[in-house]
Design a protein around this ligand. Structure first.
Ligand code: RUQ
Ligand code: CUA
Length: 671
């Protein structure tokens, strides 16, 4: 493994293609009004000042690349967690400590498209340890630590283009997965696009995820050149299996809107990953040269590092009998969800007139009886009727995603007819429907994709929101709608706007997360080589044209706060340590002319800002986070002299805090 510092120069040649969405119909003609009286609904979502919400909800920011955290039922936004995009609000991806998080084999990528948050689980129940999310464009998966709400690990997924079916987890979080949306030549090659069927392949990756800092591709399964869309793990009786939707089994390579909608049925791929583990252990996978990057935050220094990995285990299903089966599924399926009992596998066929539900028990029987319609690239296609548990008839138009309430009911989003449909597992009868505004993609019930749904609320994640909020120019906010599902009929409670596109979300009772929060980083544990742990330990030093400044921040000053001896042609690194040991006492740092964002320093943290002076003169720096009554006094100066000047290096470290006005007033400072 090669260590990389800064931005690597590896060049690659992949480019992900754009996608065409289904057309939408947003006209509402439904007569029933299923909202509560306005006052009633308001009281159900009202969280009085000073009170907490009942649930944390984690929404994907879609093309913002981030995760947004809301409280439910209030719909109040409480945090934006940067993941795949630089974030000026806290310096993520700009400062020297976090830049490496965005390294890939394509170089530094400051932006991506995030889709599916996924909670870690223990025995199939969300446990609130970590949240995973995928980057769609340059396939990656990330881990957010839910004690800090910080992204501390990102793994690139090789041999993949469009990491859409990701990062769904196994019930024990041993693995998270990623499957190719766009099939491409594997290995990549310069081939005619018209030879798609001959050269293009998909992959499904199983990524080891249960040890922070050590995410890696455990193995990849080579798949036929279809598009893979979403996935969910089995549970209970189907534990050990993973289910993925595929579309474009036509293997079209142009005008997919038309050409990939020819077949009556595409497939759900049922992957026996325990079998795959076994085949890999038996040496049936080959070592396949593959370059990909793993970025992680060192827990001691809290600095991000990148390492280049060079090989994966690639398993061809033809060499591992019984590892994959295809379940025929109408038509161009998008979502695939497994009910809490693990028996039913529900697929949402975008163009299907029914919601097909497969039975795990029947699938096992069909495999044993070899009820195969055909074999595709070594993968048996099971007979549709032989695996079908039932079909939900006339559910609406454009079924996409399904979740469960744990009481025997399923809820499916209808993208085209803009509604949520509630139906019963086992009878397949529609029980209720509620219009949403408009075009729902995913829906989310807290724990609704797990063994144990907290089936009280449902959130509809709506795409083309049109007229729900005050208009804001040509682009309008997208939307989430909170629906009460505690009774037999769904009741609309609340609309709230979202940031970016809320593809998917996960929610969990607040009690599982809120008391585990890190309040500050212990200074004694801070292993950052540039940490300054006391006021008199700061200073300035030079090595050639590199100048390093070690500085502390505490209410309400920096030390040192006067710096001289910097020259034109120097690159200055400000290493600032917030030596506060108190919850939520955050300082900022910005210096005139800095071209990246400012630093935000959580208590006990060290962050480094790179600054290249542009002209001789005096440059102020200051704290950007209103930290105390004397926040406006929290400032200092750097003097920049011409190259070769005789001004000596100077940092006023000896001028102690006690000598500064306001030192005693600072103690009780609050913000
Ligand atoms: S996807 S709806 Cu990633 Cu369903 Cu957005
Ligand atoms: Cu420190 Cu404002």
């Amino acid at each position: 493994m090669i260590r990389i510092v800064g931005v690597p120069r590896w060049i690659g040649g992949l480019a992900a293609a754009g996608a065409v969405l289904l057309g939408t119909a947003c006209t509402k003609t439904r007569p029933q009004s299923q909202g509560l009286a306005a006052g009633d609904a308001a009281s159900r979502v009202y969280v009085p000042p000073g009170s907490y919400d009942e649930f944390y909800a984690f929404f994907s920011g879609g093309y913002s690349g981030q995760v947004n955290v809301y409280g439910l039922p209030s719909g109040r936004l409480i945090k934006e967690v940067p993941v795949f995009s630089q974030f000026a609000q806290d310096g993520y991806g700009y400062d020297e400590d976090t830049k490496a998080m965005l390294n890939t084999t394509y170089g530094f990528i400051p932006w991506d498209d995030a889709h599916h948050p996924e909670m870690s689980m223990t025995d199939g129940v969300p446990d609130g340890r970590w949240l995973f999310i995928n980057a769609n464009n340059t396939p990656r998966v990330a881990r957010i630590d839910l004690t800090t709400f910080e992204t501390d690990e990102i793994l690139q997924v090789p041999n993949s283009a469009g990491g859409h079916a990701s990062p769904f987890a196994t019930p024990d979080t041993k693995y998270i997965v990623s499957a190719t949306r766009f099939s491409v030549p594997i290995p990549q090659a310069d081939v005619p696009i018209a030879d798609y069927a001959k050269h293009f392949k998909g992959t499904i990756s199983f990524i080891r995820a249960d040890e922070p800092g050590k995410m890696d591709v455990a193995f990849q399964i080579l798949m036929p050149g279809f598009d893979y869309d979403l996935g969910h793990a089995g549970k209970g009786p189907s534990d050990g299996w993973f289910f993925f939707t595929s579309y474009n089994t036509e293997q079209a390579h142009e005008k997919l809107e038309l050409n990939a909608s020819q077949n009556d049925k595409d497939y759900v791929a049922a992957v026996n990953y325990k079998k795959a583990e076994q085949c890999v252990a038996e040496g049936k996978a080959k070592d396949f040269p593959s370059r990909y990057v793993h970025n992680y935050v060192d827990p001691g220094t809290r600095q991000a590092h990148s390492e280049l990995k060079t090989s994966v285990k690639l398993l061809d299903p033809a060499n591992c009998e019984g590892v994959v089966y295809f379940l025929p599924t109408p038509k161009s399926p998008h979502g695939v969800n497994v009910d809490p009992t693990g028996e039913y596998i529900v697929a949402g066929g975008k163009l299907s007139t029914v919601i097909p539900v497969h039975s795990f028990t029947k699938m096992q029987a069909a495999i044993a009886a070899k009820k195969f319609d055909k074999i595709v690239d070594g993968i048996p296609v099971l007979n549709y009727e032989a695996v079908l548990a039932g079909e939900v008839k006339n559910p609406g138009l454009g079924p996409l995603h399904t979740e469960f309430d744990g009481k025997g009911n399923a809820y499916t989003t209808m993208f085209i007819s803009s509604e949520i449909v509630k139906w019963k597992l086992g009878t397949w009868e529609v029980e209720d429907r509620i219009p949403v505004y408009y075009s729902p993609g995913h829906l989310m019930i807290p724990g609704g994709d797990s063994k144990q749904p907290w089936g009280k609320y449902l959130v509809s994640l709506d795409k083309i929101t049109k007229d729900r909020y005050l208009p804001t120019g040509p682009e309008l906010s997208q939307s989430a709608q909170l629906i009460d599902i505690s009774g037999p009929k769904m009741k609309m409670l609340l609309d709230f706007p979202t940031i970016g596109e809320p593809h998917y979300a996960q929610a969990i009772p607040a009690s599982l997360i809120k008391d585990k929060q890190v309040r500050y980083f212990k200074l004694t544990d801070n292993k950052d080589p540039w940490a300054t742990k006391s006021e008199d330990a700061g200073g300035i030093s030079r090595k050639g044209h590199r100048v390093d400044v070690k500085m502390i921040a505490i209410r309400s000053h920096f030390a040192p706060d006067n710096l001289e001896g910097v020259q034109m042609g120097d690159t200055v690194y400000f290493h600032v340590t917030n030596i506060e040991q108190d919850w939520d006492i955050v300082h900022g740092f910005a210096v005139l002319g800095n071209k990246n964002s400012e630093l935000i320093l959580t208590p006990g943290a060290t962050r480094t800002l790179q600054w290249v002076p542009q002209a001789p003169g005096i440059y102020p720096f200051y704290c950007t986070d209103f930290c105390s009554a004397l926040h406006q006094e929290m400032q200092g100066y750097v003097r920049v002299s011409p190259a070769g000047s005789s001004v000596p290096l100077m940092a006023n470290v000896s001028r102690k805090a006690a000598a500064q006005p306001g030192a005693s007033a600072e103690k009780g400072g609050s913000r």
